[in-house]
Each structure stands twice: as structure tokens, then as C-alpha cells.
Design a protein around this ligand. Structure first.
Ligand SMILES: *Cc1c(COP(=O)(O)O)cnc(C)c1O
Length: 222
């Protein structure tokens, strides 16, 4: 299997999952989770038609993406891993979308930096929700989500467009996707970043607008 044929197969599965959903669901964006992948593999994905990518680490993205962006048009780069407050400026300069807004201090730091970086004004944000309440996992707890979302949007005026989650390993993911959808709907947030290689079809059926797929595109990470 080549990367291009993997991408094609995933698009077909996404389309089928959408048709099988009892809900009226959108066609989600396929985001390539490219952590640990080298430039050659990413180039192959771009040639295979992928334009939206997610990286987990600011530093890794800084080494890989400036050259890739210079060589290709219409690339959209998302941060899908945890963000430290001392990396906010670099992250805002590099990423179009930050999916991992998950705590007050980070939200405040972003709001402050955005005032100083007018050329980053187009950045968009997802709030990460820890739907499984896992102590080791990033994200806002579900019971704190309403207040946090409200704070980010109304007090800090951050352009929050949606919510993101990574369900616990070994549990059926759909209840987590349903919870994320419910919280987003309560706040009129349209974007739902949910679904990975193992569970993207379930996420599509639940209304995902962005599936983040790594292994199923690129193969196992080395
Ligand atoms: C690595 C990663 C993915 C992709 O995982 P796969 O199982 O390889 O598809 C998606 N989301 C996040 C936050 C990740 O860290």
C-alpha cells in the first residue's frame, strides 16, 4: 500500500460512514497526523492530495514545515499536541489552527500574544476536552467545559471554532464523541475534531468535522 492509496481508501471509508449515519453529518476534513514522519513521507501525502496536517510538537514542526510550506500551496497546519505557555509565540507563528487549548493560563497567554502578533490574527482554536476524565491526559474536564469555553470566547475573545477529544484507549469511543458533540452544540460551536486511525468511522457517524489520521495513512510510526 502506498500513502496515496491509503488516503484514497480512507476518503472512501469516510464517505461510506457518512452515508451510514442516522444523523445528517458533514463530510469531515481528513487531517494527516504527521508526527514522526519525515519530509519524504509528507511530500507523498501532499502529492496524494492531502492539504491539512497535524503535528504534536512545536519544535518538530519548526524543523519540517517551513520548507514544505514553501514548496506547496494551500497547506493548513494544526497543532494537535500539548502546548507549553513558553512556546505560544512560536506556535502562533507556525500553525493555522491550535486544537489543544486546555487551560486558563494557556488561553490568557495566547490572548496576550495575539495582541502583539497582528499577522497571526487568522489563527483558529479548538478546546480539548478530556471526555474520559483521564488524569494523565490533557483537556478540560467535561464539568468544567461550559465555564472554560465561555471564558475563552466571551472574556478573552479567542476565535474558538470547535472542540477536540482523544477518547480513552480500550473503551467504545462513540459515547465520548457524543459527549463532545453535545457540549459543542450547547455553545454553538460547529467544528468537532474527533476520530483517529482506529475509530474515525465511528467519529464520522457522530458528526466529526475533522478526523486526525496518522497510522492508517503513513503506516506504523518508527
Ligand atoms: C498521533 C495522533 C493522532 C493520530 O493517531 P493514529 O492512531 O496514528 O491515527 C491523532 N490525534 C492526536 C492528538 C495524535 O497525537
Amino acid at each position: 500500500m502506498t500513502i496515496a492509496s491509503n488516503i484514497e481508501a480512507i476518503h472512501a471509508k469516510i464517505a461510506r460512514a457518512g452515508q451510514n449515519s442516522p444523523l445528517s453529518v458533514p463530510r469531515p476534513t481528513l487531517l494527516g497526523a504527521s508526527k514522526g514522519q519525515n519530509e519524504a513521507a509528507i511530500e507523498e501525502a501532499i502529492i496524494g492530495g492531502l492539504r491539512v496536517f497535524g503535528e504534536n510538537r512545536v519544535q518538530e514542526a519548526q524543523t519540517k514545515w517551513p520548507a514544505l510550506r514553501a514548496a506547496h500551496t494551500n497547506i493548513e497546519l494544526h497543532l494537535i499536541g500539548p502546548l507549553q505557555t513558553n512556546k505560544v509565540k512560536e506556535a502562533l507563528e507556525l500553525f493555522d489552527v491550535i486544537q489543544t487549548l486546555d487551560r486558563k493560563k494557556l488561553a490568557e497567554t495566547i490572548a496576550n500574544e495575539l495582541k502583539k502578533l497582528p499577522h497571526c490574527a487568522a489563527a483558529k482554536f479548538f478546546i480539548q476536552i478530556n471526555t474520559g476524565k483521564e488524569p494523565q491526559k490533557a483537556g478540560v474536564l467535561p464539568e468544567e467545559a461550559d465555564a472554560f469555553i465561555d471564558d475563552c470566547i466571551n472574556a478573552l475573545r479567542l476565535p474558538v471554532v470547535g472542540l477536540m477529544c482523544v477518547p480513552p484507549v480500550g473503551q467504545p469511543p462513540s459515547p465520548h464523541f457524543a459527549l463532545l458533540r453535545k457540549i459543542a452544540q450547547a455553545h454553538g460551536l460547529k467544528e468537532l475534531s474527533m476520530g483517529m486511525s482506529e475509530d474515525f468511522e465511528a467519529a464520522v457517524r457522530m458528526g466529526s468535522t475533522c478526523v486526525r489520521v496518522g497510522t492508517a495513512i503513513f503506516g506504523e510510526r518508527v
